[in-house]
Design a protein. Structure first.
Length: 94
């Protein structure tokens, strides 16, 4: 399968105990996705919509999360290391 949109990798991934490195999901609509025990390294999610997403025990390292919309998202047990988090919408974060 050829993936023309790197954000499709996130949409179509197993999303359990997976690693995502260097993906460009800037501005992508990634609402309602669930990830568990995943690692995100140098992923650009700037201005992406992750509304109602569930990130359980995930690790984000050196990711660009500027302007990400995490409204109604769950980040239980997740860690953010050396990430850019300016302007992140954290409304009703669970």
């Amino acid at each position: 399968m050829t993936v023309t949109d790197p954000a499709d990798t996130l949409r179509d991934a197993e999303r359990f105990d997976d690693t995502f490195v260097g993906l460009d999901g800037a501005g992508a609509d990634l609402d309602d996705l669930e990830f568990e025990a995943c690692r995100f390294e140098r992923v650009d999610l700037s201005s992406a919509s992750l509304r109602r997403g569930r990130f359980l025990d995930c690790t984000f390292t050196s990711c660009d999360l500027v302007g990400v919309d995490l409204t109604d998202a769950v980040l239980s047990g997740s860690r953010f290391e050396e990430c850019r988090l300016v302007g992140v919408a954290l409304t009703r974060l669970g």
